[in-house]
Design a protein around this ligand. Structure first.
Ligand SMILES: Cc1ncc(COP(=O)(O)O)c(C=O)c1O
Length: 396
């Protein structure tokens, strides 16, 4: 009865969700303090006070019509503020018409893919990648083309060039990246732009940016729009304001985009026809009042440092992430990600296999868990290293 497409998605299930359920099962048996669950990337910091202040203000000063239908792209005033902020960050002159408010980044990406894809059109994704992209692309009858990154999880321009065909409509980039946490340098974005523009049809870059505010070590994330012309940004406040349950984000088409007029109109109509209609009214108002606020990023950085030390002090290897909420560690030589994840689970240490991100040979750990969990897990990393004959780099 149900469609073949959904049937295959159901069969695939979600690895991350399965680990989440396994975590709950183990916690019920051993107690929550004996289970170290790094499987799910649910931002655990509370939103900054600007959010609750704005919400309280809006609720105590109701305005007639504030719950009514609106333009499918969202409130003009909200979009104008976002356009102003992103103009300052990118050095471009962005007007409110470039912005469409969406129900988070997931809806933003679905709007853009719906606007772009004809059946069988190809979308390049760079592994490791957020596996939900498979579903988003399938929703609009596109074909996923996976191109692996290098050993430091950086895109390889020559590999991308080789993957382009006449049917390539778009490439998705995600920096800071889930699951690797790497940030793409400006030089790489520029090279990507030059390479894509050497083809005689337009290839859109979809820049999935929910982690741009979660950035560590004092670095800054190069603004992809400043370096890439044919680009659409997908953003959400799920991470930067810790609002994943509220579902608020936007799409933004660069003023330099060759398809600017068609694409801005197509995204708005997609937002409507896919069923979001418009982004939540109250949350657009909240965003206006807390646009420059952020969660306590230093708190995430502290926990990243603790978890990274556990992994590397015990003797394992990982690229240190500069952003996002995850460490993508190498599985030790001789073990595949499935075997390593099982070994860790035997010590109540739960992580997600790299194959869930199209990148076997690694496992992902989310560090948006309590400091107590991270500290409590240190011994388990050391015991697992002992069992595998791996020498520690530091003492327990
Ligand atoms: C890389 C990436 N893109 C998009 C999303 C979806 O974000 P949202 O909650 O805004 O839909 C996530 C969520 O975890 C993500 O990690």
């Amino acid at each position: 009865m149900i469609s073949r497409k959904i049937k295959s998605q159901l069969a695939g299930g979600s690895q991350i969700r399965k680990m989440f359920e396994e975590g709950n099962r183990l916690k019920a048996i051993y107690g929550p303090d004996k289970v170290f669950d790094f499987s799910i990337g649910n931002p655990d910091l509370e939103p900054p006070h600007e959010v609750s202040d704005a919400l309280a203000d809006i609720c105590s000063n109701p305005v007639p019509g504030m719950h009514g239908y609106m333009s499918n792209s969202g409130y003009e005033s909200t979009r104008a503020m976002i356009a102003e902020k992103r103009s300052k960050e990118s050095g471009l002159s962005i007007n409110p018409g470039a912005v469409c408010m969406t129900v988070g980044a997931a809806a933003a990406m679905n709007d853009v893919l719906h606007a772009l894809l004809d059946d069988g059109d190809e979308v390049i994704v760079l592994s490791p990648f957020f596996m939900e992209y498979n579903g988003y692309i399938a929703n609009h009858n596109g074909k996923v083309v996976v191109v692996p990154t290098d050993e430091n999880f950086m895109p390889v321009i020559s590999r991308i060039r080789e993957a382009v065909t006449d049917r390539t409509k778009a490439i998705i980039i995600n920096s800071p990246n889930n699951p690797s946490g790497v940030v793409y340098p400006a030089s790489l974005l520029k090279e990507l732009n030059d390479m894509l523009k050497s083809f005689n049809h337009t290839i859109q870059v979809i820049s999935d940016e929910p982690y741009i505010d979660l950035i560590y070590d004092g670095i800054s994330v190069p603004c992809a729009m400043s370096y890439i012309d044919n680009i659409v940004v997908c953003f959400s406040w799920s991470k930067s304001l810790s609002l994943p349950g509220e579902r608020i984000g936007y799409t933004l088409v660069s003023p330099k985009n060759a398809d600017y007029d068609d694409l801005t109109a197509a995204i708005v109509i997609s937002n409507r026809s896919l069923g979001s209609v418009n982004a939540p009214a109250i949350w657009q108002r909240v965003i206006e009042k807390s646009l420059y606020a952020k969660v306590d990023v230093a708190n995430y950085e502290h926990r990243r440092n603790l978890l990274y030390s556990n992994i590397t002090d015990a003797g394992f290897c990982a690229v240190k992430p500069n952003g996002a909420l995850y460490i993508f560690m190498n599985t030790p030589a001789g073990l595949d990600d499935e075997e390593f994840a099982d070994k860790c689970a035997a010590h109540n240490l739960l992580l997600v296999k790299g194959s869930a991100f199209a990148c076997p040979g690694y496992c992902r750990l989310a560090f948006c868990v309590s400091e107590q969990t991270i500290r409590g897990s240190r011994e388990a990393f050391f015991i697992i290293a002992d069992e595998l004959g791996i020498s520690h780099r530091k003492a327990l």
